[in-house]
Design a protein around this ligand. Structure first.
Ligand SMILES: NC(=O)C[C@H](N)C(=O)O
Length: 330
């Protein structure tokens, strides 16, 4: 049978990084190796798919902005509409990979596999992880059985949902995990699936990258003992339409901060309670009377993913009821 056509969109990151010596696993420059060289460095890709590359950006992922998300999403959407494209791989830095993967999951209308992948070590290091991660990404992107599962991430032999996955540790190569479990594994060129996502994504999303030209300004304020109200006020003064409260515990809010958040809500700013705790989920009307305050809870989304959803949603509507609905549905 003919091989699947897979396009690799390169954006930079450590997977395109280079260090001074093979012993440099953690000190190196990200975003150095161009996509064609990246593809040539894994000759096994040619036996999996007909692969071609495009250099979209060459940046470390901590430097991603909303306009990078929009540009990348629109390019993926255009490619996904082409008859001669069966799957798309995005090479990406790992620092904000979970944000981009969730953004694409929310906004690109296709059932073709979109796989976002990175590495923890540069290709120049001993035991570099990028080559196998990229190989696995191409395997998944070329697979008909990966269709309709939303945006996927292939790190460390796992296949994770772009919605659920997060970077939980730096330095180590097992950096990515989903609190509800991986969807499957990819081993020696084969996928093994164990579960499927139940949240709305891609084909079933009400958000559409082709109609999205701007993301609403949404900022995050980190909760901690002694946090001052001025940080929330500064976010609002800078134009935030929503503030993600990265709260302690179950998204709790210090007594002295509550009046500030109430007053910001009165001025139209959406208040979204998420948690700085890496697992679990924030319950509505627990810790704070969200109904009374007209606040929203971020469900199980971490603060950075909550920012992505709010920024997409508030570009389309502005009421808190709809905002809370999408936090349950996506
Ligand atoms: N491992 C990595 O890719 C980290 C790098 N800072 C990046 O996100 O681009």
């Amino acid at each position: 049978a003919d091989k699947a056509n897979v396009v690799i969109l390169a954006t930079g990151g450590t997977i395109a990084g280079a260090g001074a010596s093979t012993a440099n696993s953690a000190s190196y420059q990200a975003a150095k190796v161009p996509v064609d060289k990246l593809i040539l460095s894994v000759p096994e890709l040619a036996s999996v798919a007909q692969v071609r590359g495009e250099q979209v950006f060459q940046i470390a992922s901590e430097s991603f902005t909303n306009s990078h998300l929009l540009q990348l999403g629109k390019r993926i959407s255009a490619l996904a509409k082409q008859q001669d494209v069966d799957g798309i791989v995005v090479t990406h830095g790992t620092d904000t990979l979970e944000e981009t993967a969730y953004f694409l999951n929310l906004t690109v209308h296709t059932d073709k596999p979109i796989v976002v992948v990175g590495s923890m070590r540069p290709g120049t290091a001993m035991s570099a992880d990028g080559a196998l991660n990229l190989y696995n990404a191409v395997v998944v992107a070329a697979s008909p059985d990966a269709r309709g599962k939303g945006v996927l991430v292939t790190m460390n032999d796992q296949i994770d949902s772009g919605r659920d996955v997060g970077k939980g540790i730096n330095i180590k190569t097992n950096a990515f995990a989903s609190q509800w479990g991986s969807l499957g594994m990819v081993v020696e060129g084969r996928n093994y699936w164990f579960r499927a996502p139940v949240k709305r994504h891609t084909m079933n999303s009400e958000f559409d990258i082709d109609k999205l030209d701007q993301l609403a300004p949404v900022e995050i304020v980190y909760g901690y003992g002694n946090v001052p109200a001025s940080l929330y006020e500064a976010a609002a003064a800078a134009g935030a339409r929503a503030i993600i409260h990265a709260g302690t515990g179950n998204g709790s809010v210090a007594d002295r901060i509550v009046p500030t958040l109430q007053s910001l809500r009165g001025k139209g700013v959406q208040i979204i309670r998420s948690a700085r705790v890496p697992a679990g989920f924030v319950l509505r009307n627990a810790e704070q009377p969200d109904d009374k305050h007209d606040w929203v809870v971020a469900h199980d989304l971490n603060p950075q993913k909550a920012r992505i959803l709010a920024a997409v949603a508030l570009s389309q509507f502005s009421d808190s009821q709809n905002l809370q609905r999408v936090f349950w549905e996506y």
